[in-house]
Design a protein around this ligand. Structure first.
Ligand SMILES: NC(=O)C1=CN([C@@H]2O[C@H](COP(=O)(O)OP(=O)(O)OC[C@H]3O[C@@H](n4cnc5c(N)ncnc54)[C@H](O)[C@@H]3O)[C@@H](O)[C@H]2O)C=CC1
Ligand SMILES: CC(=O)C(=O)O
Length: 309
């Protein structure tokens, strides 16, 4: 599969690197308004290929995206320390107006995978600018927050995060919802599992994990200026689900007809992802406070998207 990446900064290059290491694409093309940066990133990533899987890595302008099956959109501005994701919206919406036009001229049928923040509203922007069907305009959404949740919960329970099935729903941002009631370790509800392994999930444990997930980006950005490894791996994971028609259940963002009474809003829910994009959406069983928080998150995203116009 040929994958394009527009935005060859930290996130775009990390996605390219993860794709090369995972063998997630046969060809990766990096595009950036800074061609020298894209070219340097492509050369650097290409030097990892002999240690990984066959993959052609190059850089170019939008024309080089011709024939791409999927384009990752990671262009635009990122948060500064203390800044929230929503504050990036108007700047990144302007960037997307140019970027999507360039992508569509070269690869009108390519599936779009949005990473730029605020990713849920940017997914909505990409959907409307591209005219593609919603199942082919996917936002990375809470794939990263879900990874953070599984990682912290697995650490507490003493099991691999791969054995933890727990999702973060709603906004990829401050209003996100950790779906504790539906969380499983192995096949067990996490509360049962926790008691069996002598690691009860107390209120204090919940609060610590919630803060660890919700505030992760702020902490990392404070310490190193940006986040890129987690999202790079998450983007490569989504690409692989598409490439291999895996029908993997991943928490990703997309325009959703209705959630908790809110209509036509892009946000994350667990979704089945395969070659055609999003094939199905799942609604986990939620506790009443989780359902309320998800409705608030959806309302906020909807109002933000409407205010953008
Ligand atoms: N969805 C998620 O989970 C995550 C999303 N992000 C978001 O990803 C985006 C990129 O972050 P970084 O890579 O750290 O930023 P960065 O500043 O390292 O890279 C952004 C790149 O976009 C390019 N760019 C800007 N305007 C452009 C245009 N009109 N056309 C083509 N290229 C353009 C810049 O030249 C730059 O190389 C940000 O919006 C950030 O908030 C970051 C981490 C996680
Ligand atoms: C920056 C960002 O969105 C994250 O690391 O979650």
């Amino acid at each position: 599969m040929k994958v394009g990446i527009v935005g060859a900064g930290m996130v775009g290059s990390a996605a390219g690197y993860a794709l090369a290491l995972r063998g997630g694409a046969s060809e990766v093309v990096l595009v950036d308004r800074n061609l020298a940066l894209a070219t340097a990133q492509a050369e650097d990533i290409a030097h990892a290929v002999p240690f990984a899987h066959p993959c052609r890595i190059s850089a170019g302008d939008y024309d080089a995206l011709e024939g791409t099956d999927l384009v990752i959109l990671a262009a635009g501005v990122a948060q500064k320390p203390g800044e929230d994701r929503l504050s990036l919206l108007s700047r990144n919406a302007d960037v997307f107006a140019q970027v999507i036009d360039g992508v569509q001229r070269a690869a009108p049928e390519a599936m779009l995978l949005v990473a730029s923040n605020p990713v849920d509203v940017m997914t909505d922007v990409a959907l409307h600018a591209s005219g593609l069907p919603p199942e082919r305009v996917i936002g990375s959404g809470t794939i990263l927050d879900t990874a953070r949740f599984r990682s912290l919960l697995g650490g507490h329970l003493g099991v691999a995060p791969q054995s933890v099935h727990a999702y973060v729903l709603g906004e990829h941002g401050d209003s996100e919802v950790l779906a504790w009631a539906a969380a499983r370790a192995g096949s067990e509800p996490v509360e049962h599992f926790a008691v069996q392994v002598g690691a009860a999930i107390t209120g204090e444990v919940r609060a610590r994990i919630d803060e660890g997930v919700r505030r992760a980006a702020y902490r990392i950005i404070e310490g190193k200026g940006a986040t890129w490894y987690g999202i790079g791996a998450g983007l490569a994971r989504i690409v692989q689900a598409v490439r291999d028609d895996q029908r993997a259940v991943l928490s990703v963002s997309m325009a959703t007809p209705e959630v908790e009474g809110v209509r036509d809003v892009a946000l994350s829910l667990p979704r089945v992802v395969g070659r055609a994009g999003v094939l199905a959406t799942l609604m986990p069983e939620l506790a009443s406070d989780e359902a309320t928080a998800l409705r608030r998150s959806a309302e906020m995203l909807k109002e933000t998207a409407e205010a953008l116009g």
